[in-house]
Design a protein around this ligand. Structure first.
Ligand code: NAD
Ligand code: ZN
Length: 360
C-alpha cells in the first residue's frame, strides 16, 4: 500500500492506494471520529462491495443508502435520499458519510456531507479508475441542475480516500478506458516521464495489472494533490486540470449527455488540444502523433465527431463555465508535459483546429 498526502494545512488528508484495502478495518476506522457512519452507494456497486465495507465498521452504528445508478440521478431530488437516511437514523453532527462508488456517488455523498447539519465527516472509497485518479481527490462535490452540470455544489475535503485497485476488476472495459483518459491527462499536463511510462505500460493497464494500476493511480493522485494544494479553488493553476475538457464538454453536450462517456470526450478533447497546439507551432509533429497514438492505444476516440461542425463547437464552447471575462481560456500544450492556460490564440486558430480534428 502507498500513502499520499493532500497537503491542505489542518485539513490535510491521506490517500491510500493498493490492493486488498477493502476489509482492512483499521484503515477506515481511524478516520471515523464518532460512533456512526452512513455508507452511500448505488445499485451496481452495493451488491459487489457493500458487505465488505460494512465489515470494516463493526462496533459502529452503520446504515446504508443505495441510490439508483447513473449521471441522470445526480440531482437534488435523489440527493434527498441521503438526507432522509441521515435524519431517519438520527445521525448527528459527528457522523461520517462514506462514499462507496464512482464519481457520481462520490460527488453526491460529498455534497450531502458538506451540507448535512453544516458539515459532517466524509471518507471517499472510489471504485472506478476515474474516481480514484480524479473526482475523489480535490474536494469538489455537487449535483447537476436541469440547466447545467455540477451547478449546485461545494468544496469539501474528505478525511481520507481509500483507493482499492481490486475494485477495478469488476469495472466495464469502457469505464476503465475513460479513467485512463484522465491518467494520460496528468502526463500531458506536467510529467513527460510519466507519459513515457504510459507509452511503455498501456497494455498492462488495460489488462488490469495491479502494480501498473497502483503506479498510475499514485502518480495521478500526486499530480492532482500538488495542483490542488497550490490552488484549491481554481483561481489559476488548477485550471490546467481542464486539459481536453473544454473541447470534451462540447462533445458530451453536443452529442447528448450519456452518448459519450466523459473520459472518452476528454480523450478526443486532448487530441484536439494537441492538434491545435501543433497547428499554432507550439507542439511538434512527433509529440502530436505520440499524444494521439497513446490515446488510441487506451481504446479511446481520437477524433471529434464528424457530425459536430465548428459552429456547433464554438457555440457550445462559449457557454463553458471556464469563460472568464468574456475570453475563452484554453489549456494548450507547449510540448508533452508542458501545458499552459492561455487566451493567446485567434478564432481562426481555433476554427482550423476543430476542422482538422473532425476531418477523417
Ligand atoms: N469532483 C470532481 O472533482 C470530479 C472530477 C471528475 C469527475 N467528476 C464527476 O464524476 C462523475 C463520473 O464518475 P465515474 O466516471 O466514476 O462515473 P460513475 O460514478 O457513473 O461510474 C461509472 C459506472 O461504473 C459503475 N461502477 C462503479 N464502480 C464499479 C465497480 N467497481 N465495478 C463495476 N461497476 C462499477 C457505476 O455504477 C456506473 O454505472 C461525473 O458525475 C463527474 O461530474 C467529479
Ligand atoms: Zn474529467
Amino acid at each position: 500500500m502507498t500513502t499520499l498526502t493532500v497537503d491542505l494545512g489542518e485539513r490535510s488528508y491521506p490517500i491510500y492506494i493498493g490492493d486488498a484495502l477493502l476489509g482492512q478495518a483499521d484503515l477506515l476506522k481511524q478516520h471515523i471520529p464518532g460512533n456512526s457512519a452512513l455508507i452511500v452507494s448505488n445499485e451496481t456497486v452495493a451488491p459487489l462491495y457493500l458487505e465488505k465495507t460494512r465489515s470494516m465498521l463493526s462496533g459502529l452504528r452503520n446504515e446504508a443508502v443505495i441510490l439508483p445508478d447513473g449521471e441522470k440521478y445526480k440531482n437534488l431530488e435523489v440527493l434527498n435520499q441521503i438526507y432522509d437516511g441521515l435524519l431517519r437514523n438520527r445521525f448527528d453532527r459527528n457522523t461520517t458519510v462514506i462514499a462507496l462508488g464512482g464519481g457520481v456517488v462520490g460527488d453526491m455523498a460529498g455534497f450531502a456531507a458538506a451540507s448535512y447539519q453544516r458539515g459532517v465527516h466524509l471518507v471517499q472509497i472510489p471504485t472506478t479508475l476515474l474516481s480514484q485518479v480524479d473526482s475523489s481527490v480535490g474536494g469538489k462535490t455537487g449535483v447537476n441542475h436541469a440547466l447545467g452540470k455540477n451547478m449546485i455544489g461545494a468544496f469539501y475535503q474528505p478525511k481520507a480516500v481509500i483507493a482499492d485497485t481490486d475494485t477495478l476488476d469488476t469495472l466495464p472495459d469502457r469505464e476503465l478506458s475513460a479513467g485512463i483518459a484522465e491518467v494520460i491527462k496528468y502526463g500531458l499536463i506536467c510529467n513527460a516521464d510519466f507519459f513515457n511510462w504510459l507509452e511503455q505500460n498501456m497494455q498492462r493497464l488495460l489488462e488490469r495489472d495491479k502494480q501498473a494500476l497502483s503506479h498510475a493511480i499514485e502518480v495521478s493522485c500526486q499530480t492532482k494533490a500538488d495542483v490542488v494544494a497550490a490552488d484549491e479553488r481554481e483561481s489559476g493553476k488548477r485550471a490546467l486540470l481542464n486539459l481536453g475538457h473544454t473541447f470534451g464538454h462540447a462533445i458530451e453536450n453536443g452529442m447528448g449527455y450519456g452518448e459519450w462517456l466523459h473520459g472518452e470526450a476528454v480523450g478526443a478533447g486532448m487530441c484536439m488540444a494537441a492538434i491545435m497546439s501543433n497547428h499554432m507551432g507550439w507542439m511538434n509533429d512527433s509529440e502530436k502523433h505520440r499524444t494521439i497514438e497513446l490515446i488510441a492505444q487506451a481504446k479511446l476516440p481520437t477524433r471529434a465527431p464528424a457530425s459536430m461542425s465548428p459552429e456547433k463547437f464554438l457555440d457550445l464552447m462559449s457557454v463553458d463555465k471556464k469563460v472568464l471575462d468574456g475570453v475563452l481560456r484554453l489549456v494548450l500544450m507547449k510540448g508533452i508535459g508542458k501545458s499552459v492556460v492561455t487566451d493567446d490564440y485567434t478564432l481562426d486558430n481555433l476554427t482550423t483546429a476543430i476542422e482538422l480534428s473532425t476531418s477523417a
